[in-house]
Write a protein that binds this ligand. Structure first.
Ligand SMILES: C[S@@+](CC[C@H](N)C(=O)[O-])C[C@H]1O[C@@H](n2cnc3c(N)ncnc32)[C@H](O)[C@@H]1O
Length: 276
């Protein structure tokens, strides 16, 4: 009887944990009530989001402040803050490149330019360092925001904009050119895989390739506690099997096939590999 009660209690506790966490992750519930408060206390995610963006204040003072987006008192117009969650990790991974001359970054997928501009202002700080941004820019408003944000840096000449589908544009790049490459374009596995394979030859030996959204599952915030507990994450991943817009199968395939040619440096929400 005692053992049965214990088992029943354990089942109720586990079911309760999953139910509460499911509610916690449901849009609209995230910020409210006990669950929302507990979430912020436990994970600090909302605070992190608001506290991190300090780098944007270095913008060119001549640009008028924007009244739009998530940094309204700066010249930048960003409506998405995806990169803010990666800043601490990027500072760690890319620290060795900071301030050095002739360091070159490549981004596949630039959107409004946040990750590129962050890199420019924090890593590619030497005047002779650059970033190349490939994007299909099939949305005119987003392209305009990218252009405006590039101008707001005050150093637009350090950003090489390449407009077009990455599967075509990557062919035009020189081999062994880039110190790091960020794969954050189309997330469908087929395209994520071709972006990785096609850009690999342009990466210098010893250079880093960073993949975004390895653990992306629809409607699950990337700051979820699940993403920090790997075996639960894997369980949910397998159970839900949501590969629709996730590059994960592509990244897994790439890591497997290119294993002899790379070292895995980091594998969490983002994946970082070093070319041997
Ligand atoms: C997630 S956003 C990039 C976000 C950006 N790296 C950041 O962190 O601020 C993905 C971008 O990939 C671009 N994209 C999607 N498919 C593409 C393709 N086939 N070729 C080039 N860019 C593509 C989209 O236009 C979009 O701007």
């Amino acid at each position: 009887m005692k053992i049965r009660s214990l088992i029943a209690l354990a089942i109720i506790a586990i079911a309760g944990f999953f139910t509460l966490d499911y509610i916690r992750l449901t849009p609209g519930w995230r910020m409210f009530g006990l669950i929302g408060t507990a979430r912020i206390l436990l994970t600090g995610t909302e605070d992190d989001f608001l506290a991190k963006p300090t780098w944007e204040t270095q913008a060119n003072a001549d640009m008028p402040a924007s009244t739009e987006g998530i940094f309204p008192d700066t010249p930048y117009v960003f409506y998405e803050g995806w990169h803010l969650f990666q800043i601490n990790d990027w500072e760690n991974h890319l620290q060795h490149l900071k301030g050095k001359p002739d360091v070159h970054g490549l981004e596949v997928g630039a959107y409004e330019g946040m990750s590129a501009i962050w890199a420019l202002q924090n890593i590619l700080t030497h005047p002779a360092s650059t970033i190349t941004c490939i994007d299909i820019f099939d949305n005119q408003k987003i392209e305009e925001r990218f252009d405006r944000n590039v101008a707001a840096t005050g150093i637009p000449e350090k950003i090489v904009k390449v407009k077009g589908p990455s599967e075509h544009m990557l062919c035009s790049l020189e081999p062994n050119t880039y110190d790091y490459i960020y794969i954050d374009g189309c997330h469908l596995p087929k395209w994520a895989l071709s972006d990785a394979v096609m850009s690999w030859e342009t990466l210098k030996p010893g250079g880093l390739m960073i993949f975004d959204d390895y653990k992306h599952i629809d409607a699950r915030p990337k700051t979820s506690r699940f993403t920090r507990i790997d075996f639960i994450d894997d369980y949910l991943w397998n159970k839900r099997g949501q590969y629709r817009d996730s590059p994960r199968p592509a990244i897994d395939a790439f890591l497997k096939i290119y294993a002899p040619y790379l070292d895995v440096v980091y594998k969490k929400y983002q994946v970082v590999v070093r070319k041997k």
